[in-house]
Design a binder for this molecule. Sequence first.
Ligand SMILES: Cc1cc2nc3c(=O)[nH]c(=O)nc-3n(C[C@H](O)[C@H](O)[C@H](O)COP(=O)(O)OP(=O)(O)OC[C@H]3O[C@@H](n4cnc5c(N)ncnc54)[C@H](O)[C@@H]3O)c2cc1C
Length: 394
Amino acid sequence: MSKLPDILIVGAGIFGLAAAHELQTRGYGRITVLDPGPIPHPLAASTDISKAIRMAYGPDEQYLLLAAAARDGWLRWNEQWGETLYHEWGVTMLTREPMAPGGFEYESYHLLHKHRFTPERLDGDEIIRRFPGWQPGRYVDGFYDAQGGWAESGRVITTLAQSATNKGIDLQPGHTVNEIIRQGGRAIGVRTQEGDTLTAGEIIVCAGTWSQLLLPELQAMMHSTGHPVFHLRPPEPALWQHPHFTVFTADISRTGWYGFPWHPQAQVVKIANHGIGQRLHPVDEARVVVAADELNLRTFLQDSFPELAAAPIVYTRRCCYSDTLDGHFWIDRHPEVAGLTVAAGGSGHAFKFAPVLGGLVADRLEGKPNPFGDKFRWRTLAAATQQEEAARYK
Ligand SMILES: Cc1cc2nc3c(=O)[nH]c(=O)nc-3n(C[C@H](O)[C@H](O)[C@H](O)COP(=O)(O)OP(=O)(O)OC[C@H]3O[C@@H](n4cnc5c(N)ncnc54)[C@H](O)[C@@H]3O)c2cc1C
């Protein structure tokens, strides 16, 4: 019997499962993870065919170092799982004007080199020679970083859920938490829509874009924003296959556009926009891609990848970020309610950190120092707070 408390985790996305694994390793008592299910949940941000894994974070040294630690973790997971779910196929980050100080790509490139990583600078000719799908002359500068790529995020969730069950973590789909029970300044359990009451010594809310519905005190700092995602199926995929095409960002801080090479299982090229998005209610409002989104995509494709401009769209999705006003994650104990921790606010860029997320959550829950912890602390943000994540198109 563990002397450490039992844990109830609300949400089986990447934050919830990563936390469950780490707390189990640290010897906590019974660990239960609740989710409406099925797991992976179809509407969860983590559930997808691919997520970009990059170390480039503009001038932000902390994210770079955290992403570098996560990359080591991804390589370890590939080995441990005996299956490659992180594909290190490289990342290409290009600009329409020469890279310049203050720009996302310039700052990323130089900071990566400062930390002894070796991204390769590309000029217009080299871009077309190596990656012939790009419109000649449209992108003139940028870099290729071999130490990045993409992860099969939905399958990562399935694998982590399976290994959690194998280790004795109690995964309970079919439970939608609708109340955190508070008593005398302490969270003592949860009530579910299905009529159950569960108690534990520590509750962790990892409900992604739904978190602020459970904790209204977060509503001023965190909201749901929906972002369009497209799957295209070009009849001739050769141009878009690895290694002729990689995970890319197309002047991302000025356009938001990024995407992935031909996905060998899904047989699609996925393209999405890391921009402002559309504020919406995560339950009451439909998450649909509209004609204007498709028009924006077609305009971008015509301009950047002409051979893809007419490719059929075979799937669309408006995927919701759990968006904090400053774009940094939210991983901390509740300042006023004992026994309650929040791990959410992924803000459209947290999946890549999956292998280190559990440690961040557990350290915060235990009050242990963590070099990155402070960035994701519980904080008060004014309504006018600006997004700070360097890649984001604002
Ligand atoms: C379009 C899009 C593209 C992205 N691209 C990238 C990328 O390329 N690279 C990257 O690093 N990151 C990316 N992200 C961000 C990343 O996907 C998220 O930051 C991360 O997956 C968030 O994980 P999470 O566990 O917080 O949330 P989720 O994965 O959404 O999980 C939350 C879970 O909570 C459950 N839940 C909700 N309400 C309740 C309740 N009341 N009771 C119980 N359970 C509940 C849900 O069912 C769900 O399973 C992207 C996100 C989106 C939307």
